[in-house]
Write a protein that binds this ligand. Structure first.
Ligand code: UDP
Ligand code: MG
Length: 324
């Protein structure tokens, strides 16, 4: 393998895509050869049970130097597979896309152009998206959630995996050792300058989507619990509200029975209710609070880097990231 580092790395996760691989590789190579930059194509086999791994191995032999195969031992999921690919990539600009040809490889150069202009995260918006209704809804909620979670740094379409990253951002992502990474969002949290381009979107060329409804729900839940303690805070606030309601109710009963001498208030049944509310509310609040502490432990445990240095300026020299 030539030791010269390519400028562009294209990373593609592959899971049981034997029907798409041939086309995918041919189109990627054709698109890559047209680009003015040197490139490498990283195909990550995510523990496929079909012939994907062998096909990748064969393609690596046929296209020496251009294709790199990364074979994972078993199925780790799309984002883990992409991360594995990123860890083996050497390019200055990195582009990820799906293997099912929903993202046309012919669009890769658009993203690289933006990266070369100095953007460090380039998203893509799918022109007339070809997906089922449910998929669209699912990705709408993901988009909304992520937008909330990344505060201000917005991207229109988080679901589209055709994305470009600069080397420093990729290194930052690789430095995050948490489970269940959602790469587009992680990237966004390290980005300094991001932009988006419009890209074409096609139907899955062959085979079936690897995401079942259940997997999609799991992904959203993962995203929520992995990135924020917001749900816990809701619990705490709810708890305090219920307790407050209990107190108000108590005062209300007190006034009615003492001042108006209401008959129904005498036997203490309603007073019990008000006490119950207070105890219940305090319990909820306490649970939420406890959760916040656990959340803090969780944040520390995943050990995300707190900052990331893009380059260091020293006298007349600039030390770029990852100049091995
Ligand atoms: N994928 C993977 N591991 C998995 C599931 C999917 O590497 O466990 C890959 C898959 O081969 C494809 C990409 O992730 O390249 C997106 O998968 P898919 O097209 O099934 O998802 P959808 O487009 O339906 O969101
Ligand atoms: Mg797809």
């Amino acid at each position: 393998m030539a030791d010269k580092k390519p400028v562009v790395s294209i990373v593609i996760p592959v899971y049981n895509e034997e029907l798409n691989l041939k086309d995918l590789i041919a189109r990627c190579i054709a698109a890559g050869d047209k680009m003015p930059w040197s490139y490498e194509l990283l195909l990550v086999d995510d523990g496929s049970s079909d012939r994907s791994a062998e096909m990748i191995a064969a393609a690596v032999k046929e296209n020496e130097g251009k294709i790199i195969g990364v074979i994972l031992s078993t199925n780790f999921g799309q984002h883990a597979a992409v991360t594995a690919g990123l860890s083996k990539s050497r390019g200055k600009y990195i582009v990820t896309l799906d293997a099912d040809l929903q993202n046309p490889p012919e669009e890769i150069h658009k993203l690289v152009e933006k990266l070369a202009e100095g953007y460090d995260v380039v998203g893509s918006i799918r022109e007339n998206r070809q997906d089922t209704f449910f998929r669209k809804i699912a990705s709408k909620t993901v988009n909304l959630m992520v937008r909330r979670l990344t505060r201000g740094k917005t991207m229109t379409d988080y679901g589209c995996m055709l994305r470009g990253y600069s080397r420093p951002v990729v290194n930052a992502i690789l430095d995050c050792h948490e489970q269940g990474k959602f790469i587009p969002m992680l990237a966004m949290s390290f980005a300094r300058k991001s932009t988006e381009v419009m890209v074409k979107h096609a139907e899955r060329a062959a085979g079936e989507s690897k995401y079942s409804v259940w997997k999609l729900i799991a992904l959203q839940y993962d995203l929520l619990t992995g990135t924020s303690t917001f749900p816990l805070r809701v619990l705490t606030i709810l708890g305090f509200l219920v307790a407050l309601l209990g107190v108000c109710f108590g005062i209300f009963i007190f006034i009615l029975t003492r001042i108006n001498d209401a008959e129904w208030g005498r036997y203490g049944v309603f007073t019990m209710f008000s006490l119950l509310f207070i105890v219940l509310g305090v319990q909820f609040a306490g649970m939420g609070l406890l959760g916040e502490y656990i959340g803090k432990i969780h944040l520390n445990a995943r050990g995300r880097p707190q900052y990331y240095i893009e380059k260091t300026l020293r006298g007349n020299t600039i030390e770029e990231q990852n100049e091995e």
